[in-house]
Design a binder for this molecule. Structure first.
Ligand SMILES: Nc1nc2c(ncn2[C@@H]2O[C@H](COP(=O)(O)OP(=O)(O)OP(=O)(O)O)[C@@H](O)[C@H]2O)c(=O)[nH]1
Ligand SMILES: [Mg+2]
Length: 271
């Protein structure tokens, strides 16, 4: 039988537990683990099968902050990790829960999202947190309030060392990978348009309420939609964000890439 393949790249800061997660996923000690920063020096690739899928996982050297990267080979390693993002379906950004999210994590996240990758923020080492529940609530709240792309990412709290929630993460990865090939029929898209237009709070542009009139799904590797709107110019970011949020909530599409192509109208007064 030909198994579907899922390519995963594990990235993140040194010591966040990437190699530990890699080994736990494989159920074998393959990539050396330790407290030394920058222990993993090159990419390590392995395969395993799970629930009729062939997973190909890549462990990467910890990415350091630019200012701390002095030696040339470290720079080369950083660009290698960036290349990894290009070649995988799923980017797993591993974060040391005790350290929290850093600016570099957000940079890596932005990079993965700009390449339209499915992205997981995995908060690792949850076994050493005093109050796990409170921590999780705080992180979720923080991202919701401060990270405008929070609907584009998936979040989980794991312990790579104790194998906690790893199978749940695999389940989510499969789910999101399958969601990428979603096809939404015209009827459902129209229903969404009606629902959205009934909302009294549509953003405005030059005093005109921006109204989507019609949506079609285009043939594409990742979900892509063409939306015909009633204004003459490209809709402002505010509208695009509003539309994306509404669309994701309505069709339960959080945590997967979606592309939109807004088509403007020649005559804004024709509705
Ligand atoms: N308590 C706890 N410690 C962990 C966990 N995962 C990893 N560690 C520890 O964190 C340290 C770093 O783990 P590694 O897996 O080597 O980290 P890494 O991200 O691969 O590090 P580099 O290769 O240097 O980038 C080791 O001492 C691990 O035992 C976890 O879930 N809980
Ligand atoms: Mg490592």
């Amino acid at each position: 039988m030909n198994l579907s393949k899922i390519n995963i790249g594990i990235i993140g800061k040194p010591n966040s537990g990437k190699s530990t997660l890699f080994n736990t996923l494989l159920g074998e000690y393959i990539s050396p683990v330790g407290d030394e920063y920058g222990l993993t020096k090159s990419l390590i690739k392995q395969k395993f099968t799970h629930k009729n899928f062939e997973f190909i996982i890549v462990d990467t050297p910890g990415l350091r902050r630019r200012s701390k990267v002095k030696e040339e080979h470290e720079l080369a390693r950083n660009s290698e990790v960036i290349k990894i993002i290009n070649n995988v379906d799923i980017t797993v950004l591993l974060i040391d829960s005790l350290e929290g999210i850093t600016r570099q994590d957000f940079r890596l996240a932005d990079l993965a999202l700009s390449k339209h990758k499915i992205l997981f923020f995995l908060f690792n080492k949850s076994d050493i947190l005093d109050d796990k529940r409170k921590y999780q609530l705080n992180i979720k709240k923080h991202l919701r309030n401060n990270y405008s792309k929070h609907k584009l990412i998936n979040i989980d709290f794991i312990s790579a060392k104790n194998n906690t929630r790893i199978s749940n993460v695999l389940k989510e990865i499969i789910l999101k990978k399958e969601l990428i090939s979603i096809k939404i029929n015209k009827q459902k898209l129209n229903k969404f348009i009606n629902y959205l237009n009934k909302k009294s709070t549509l953003p405005r542009f030059n005093k005109i309420e921006i109204k989507p009139k019609y949506i079609v799904q285009l043939e594409n590797k990742i979900p892509k939609f063409k939306i015909f709107i009633n204004i003459q110019k490209k809709p402002p970011q505010l509208f695009q964000k509003f539309f994306d949020n509404s669309f994701r909530s309505y069709f339960k599409l959080d945590g997967v890439p979606i592309l939109y192509d807004f088509k403007t109208s020649k005559n804004p007064y024709i509705r």
